[in-house]
Ligand binder design. Sequence first.
Ligand code: PLP
Length: 368
Amino acid sequence: MVYGAVNLAQGFPDFPAPEEIKQAAKQAIAADVNQYAITWGAKSLRNAIARQTKLWQGIEIDPEKEITVSCGSTEAMISTLLAVCNVGDEVIVFEPYYENYGPDSILSGAKPKFVKLRPPADENGEWTFDERELRRAFGPHTKAIVLNTPNNPTGKVFTRAELELIRDLCVKFNVLAITDEIYEHILYDGTEHISMAKLEGMRERTVTINGMSKTYSVTGWRVGWAVAPENITNAIRKVHDFLTVGAPAPLQEAGAAALSLPPEYYQKLAEGYRMRRDHLIPALTAAGFKCYRPRGAYYVMTDISAFGFSDDVAFSKYLVQEIGVAPVPGSSFYGDPRDGAQQVRFAFCKRMDTLDEASRRLSRLHRR
Ligand code: PLP
């Protein structure tokens, strides 16, 4: 059955990718960059990643020894977990979490251990976690903690104090931090993105994951990377080689061009998403959703208790079939589906007219 709903579910833009990088990809194909790249990534892209990481975060990385380019950050995450985890290990994951982290941990033989991010009481507050719950999660079997900042689905941007607490526990328990920073340039309200690898004592125990998908609006290109100390990189590169051999060669060249875009590009990107956020949230609020205002990334997590549905899946089906707007059910972001039973997530990485159409449809929900 096709319902023709406006898709505010998946996190991909419905507007064009930047012209410069599309040209760079076309040129690379025309210049016959069409065979396997070096398995851990084209030199041009690795150099560009190292250069920009120094510029943006002040972190020096060796492009020859500390970067693995992968098929999206999705592959960087699973390659990292497969490289570092043994059967019986535990991986701490904040929840709600980006859907892949749970299955990724399990596929690597590890057991995910969830620590709750709790929603704020009102829409302008911040998602927080309980320090005691986090401390309790660390133990002798903990291999790694997966962190995602700015965060999908909550929009939380972890503060320095929170990161320092996590750092102290990682050092104490000899635990790796695997940080997914794919939304690093999508920040609002003056919040600052702090890379875990920048904190004292973390450079040698952090794997930083990033990619082109969100920053350059090319989710279909499948180019991402993992930055890690040499010994961990060696293991990640082996897994990556056997999983995929390499990421698309011409698109890696376009990646090098993308990473050379001027600073204004990133300002416009964040400002464009801020406008979309501030466009969608009032429509959702007017329709009866309680919105948790994101400080980064391009999603808004909402509370649906005002609508009187028993669970998020029934409500999402209703929204798709009767109202014509598709969200992601909140339960898909939790280990125990009951925890997300009164939440749904909307993505606002869409054209203004797409958001307008969704808002118009959502206003019918208000009147029911
Ligand atoms: N990490 C997070 C937190 C995401 O939200 C997404 C996509 O929604 C991804 C990774 C996937 O990224 P990629 O396209 O680089 O595999």
